[in-house]
Design a protein around this ligand. Sequence first.
Ligand code: C2E
Ligand code: MG
Ligand code: MG
Ligand code: MG
Length: 287
Amino acid sequence: RAKQGGRNTHRFFTPEMQAQSARALTLENALRRALERGQFTLHYQPQVHIATDRLHGVEALLRWQHPELGAISPTEFIPLAEDSGQILAIGDWVLRTALAQLRAWQHAGHAVPSVAVNLSAVQFRQPGMPERIGQMLAQAELPAHALELELTEGVALDDPQSASATMDQLNALGVRLAIDDFGTGYSSLSLLKRFPIHKLKIDQSFVRDLGEDASDRALVSAIVRMAQALGIATTGEGVETPQQLAFLREQGCTEAQGYYYARPMPGDALPGWLHSHSQAAGKQPVP
Ligand code: C2E
Ligand code: MG
Ligand code: MG
Ligand code: MG
């Protein structure tokens, strides 16, 4: 933050700020080795089609386990990897690993239709990115509709024109595009007007307080109706309770994702979850 202060601003560093930047430096250095040392894994979280209770797909979520520093949250290390450019190599690994895992599930006969991968704005702007993704799909022997890319509103901030060209290319491939954390950015509505988006993921901050907060209910309801009118699917993120799910269902939200169904889990745990989920589906009363 300090470097953003204007000229002549009096700046000083508190001990907490020093500790923070020391940690950032440590993490950035450790990140450089993390890929080759095999410290990354992916966890997968189910995204469930609300009307049918069937699995729509899973979202791949990156995990970093460092031998001394322990588990480090992606919300902490992804921004560092973006700043240092390391997100490109890491993001490639995520895409390849997620596609290989999806292929393995499908080969073993598990009904996992697709995988969603978070794409950072830095990756999205990398020249030749759509071609690269096309190659990865071919290598994994998967059709393009098996991949959904989760983009944040930030991808379009700098250069909307080239962002829309990139989205058109991805669209032509057949890859689906979702806007992640929808509603938290500044460009939400203009994004919908300009870009070929297939899905809005309603940010968990709107879902969390649906029970207590009438304005969150109004916002979620309006987002779903607007998306319906535009022919865009919606996913409620961070669904933890049957009440939250019931509200989303009433509004006509397409999918739900959250601890209510499952926490993100290692790839080899998903078949077990799928099995118990399909067992439970016939028995549980609809909330
Ligand atoms: P996101 O893409 O919005 O992912 C959803 C986050 O919400 C995940 O946090 C997930 O574990 C968490 N979550 C899911 N259900 C619930 C719930 O019911 N309650 C609560 N409280 N939380 C829930 P996670 O795994 O820590 O990831 C945080 C963020 O890091 C992600 O947010 C995404 O922006 C970023 N990220 C994760 N993996 C990748 C990746 O491979 N590449 C990039 N570029 N970003 C990633
Ligand atoms: Mg996401
Ligand atoms: Mg999100
Ligand atoms: Mg998020």
